[in-house]
Design a protein around this ligand. Structure first.
Ligand code: AHR
Length: 514
């Protein structure tokens, strides 16, 4: 049986995880809002139309911050359409997803929903069809206590207290030609810095994220970040990253290796941000907001999967059904995020409900967990604390990951991916959590961890997520096909932990001080 040897030391840390690392994303897209988290008339809905069954699953999933309202949608959004008396709100064509937006759910409802879900709201402003003026008005509407036209309008709408939104995204994927009023890096950098300046003048406590590239496979990646940060460096705290990994080619090995490219992407963006800082002789460090990440390909490339003709309200689009192999690759992405806790200070799983989501609903019916629900819940539950550097020694494999851009085929070689991908998190109580992915499809891995600097540990629990069929998935009829089970046989002697990780499995091992 192949071995994986891990050495870690309690004093050798990567960094503390920021609670915002465990975020997710709600866009006005398909059935994410309407028929997802908001469905007046649903048997479980509260008086505001919030589905309680979805809220319960959200709490179990454990996101900490929620990005809203897009995504591509935000680049054509007039936030004013979504506030005030519902009967007077306009219906609009949404050119991002070729749907009709009824605007019966807007900023205030979202903030209320966040409070019910116990998550922090994160708002994106429209820097596509609009500019700094609309953005600053939204900050005034949300965060100013009162006594001005916009803040008093909020109060007149029934929200007396300011929403106090701390985290703001300056637009969305402005490098992408699919975006409404996409921009060059210089055009975007200029509009973003001016918007940021005004937004911060209204509320100096806010934190701002500039748009980075919409993917590492974009032709402008690198140059985009550099130019945008040259403009915005003094006015932003974060630069964003987006990644959707795929398995277009049915190449499971490459899918499981793909999270290693996420590691490279993060390292590259850090290098560019720090180069911009160095040119200014600045000690300021721009942090990373990985504010869209997931697996997405089945419902991505064909128009029929993305668009339902006739401008419907809340069409069932981007309803990706996730498999066991997706859950494994997704777990690898969780580990990549944790192992960059020093610089990735916010991250949002895209998205939350129905649309490329961990939670699915039937309109009028039940809600259930997709396979990717479980690694995320594990990361959020066990990822709080200090991520330790772990030295992993094990066999590696090679892959050639296919990541097309439009009609252009592109391959990204991954010459040496270790079968074991692992994150180790020390908690404040002296315990240690291991999140471990065995990427070997046919062989179990003998895991042998030396946890230096830890006093005697005891096993507090261990789980595995696996299925003999890598294409197995959870459905409305069979919602528990893929679910975590106990991982037996974890042993510990002093600070030496041993376990057998089954082939193609996602595992958690929780250790507590004796
Ligand atoms: O999450 C789906 C879409 O992916 C978002 O709207 C957009 O930002 C990205 O391209």
């Amino acid at each position: 049986m192949p071995h994986a040897k891990v050495v870690l030391d309690r004093d050798f840390a990567i960094g503390d995880t920021d609670p915002r690392l465990f975020g997710a994303f709600v866009e006005h897209l398909g059935r994410c809002v309407y028929g997802g988290l908001f469905e007046p008339g649903h048997p479980s809905a509260d008086e505001r139309g919030f589905r309680r069954d979805v809220l319960a699953l959200v709490r179990e999933l454990g996101p900490t911050i929620m990005r809203y309202p897009g995504g591509n949608f935000v680049s054509g959004y007039n936030w004013e359409d979504g506030v005030g008396p519902v009967a007077q709100r306009p219906r609009r064509l949404d050119l991002a997803w070729f749907s009709t937006e009824p605007n019966t759910f807007g900023t205030n409802e979202f903030v209320d929903w966040c409070r019910a879900a116990q998550v922090e709201p994160m708002l994106a402003v429209n820097l596509g069809t609009r500019d700094g003026d609309a953005a600053r008005n939204l900050v005034e509407y949300c965060n100013h206590p009162g006594g001005t036209a916009w803040s008093d309008l909020r109060r007149a709408h029934g929200w007396n207290e300011p929403h106090d939104i701390k985290f703001w995204c300056l637009g969305n994927e402005m490098d992408g030609p699919w975006q409404m009023e996409a921009k060059t890096a210089t055009e975007y950098g200029r509009i973003a810095v001016e918007a940021a300046k005004m937004m911060r003048w209204i509320d100096p406590r806010i934190e701002l994220a500039a748009c980075g590239s919409s993917g590492r496979n974009m032709p402008t990646f690198g140059a985009w970040e550099e130019t945008v940060l040259e403009h915005t460096f003094d006015q932003v705290e974060y630069i964003s990253l987006h990644t959707y990994i795929n398995n277009y080619r049915g190449d499971t090995v490459a899918l499981l290796a793909a999270p290693d490219l996420m590691d490279s992407f993060i390292d590259e963006v850090v290098a560019i941000a720090d180069a911009v800082a160095a040119k200014r002789r600045s000690g300021k460090r721009i942090m990373l907001s990985f504010d869209e990440w997931n697996i997405w390909y089945r419902t991505r490339r064909t128009r029929v999967a993305r668009v339902k003709e006739g401008w419907p309200v809340a069409p069932p689009i981007l309803e990706e059904l996730y498999s066991m192999e997706d859950a494994l690759a997704f777990g690898g992405m969780c580990i990549s995020l944790l192992n960059h806790a020093d610089r990735v200070k916010a991250a949002c799983l895209a998205q939350l409900v129905n649309v490329i989501a961990p939670i699915m609903t039937a309109t009028g019916g039940p809600a259930w967990r997709q396979t990717i629900f479980f690694p995320f819940a594990d990361m959020s539950r066990h990822g709080r604390g200090r991520v330790l550097r772990s030295l992993v020694e094990c066999d590696t494999f090679a892959a050639n990951y296919y990541d097309p851009r439009g009609t252009i085929d592109q391959f990204f070689p991954i010459p040496s991916a270790p079968y074991l991908k692992l994150a180790a998190v020390a908690d404040a109580q002296g315990g240690l959590k291991l999140l471990a992915l065995n990427r070997h499809l046919t062989e179990a891995l003998e895991l042998d961890v030396s946890a230096r600097g830890f006093a005697s540990l005891a096993v507090a629990g261990a789980t595995q997520l696996r299925h003999s069929d890598l294409h197995a998935r959870n459905t409305q009829q069979a919602p528990d096909t893929v679910a975590p089970r106990p991982l037996d046989g974890v042993s510990i002697e002093g600070a030496r932990i041993r376990a057998t990780l089954p082939p193609a499995s996602w595992n958690t091992i929780r250790l507590q001080p004796m």
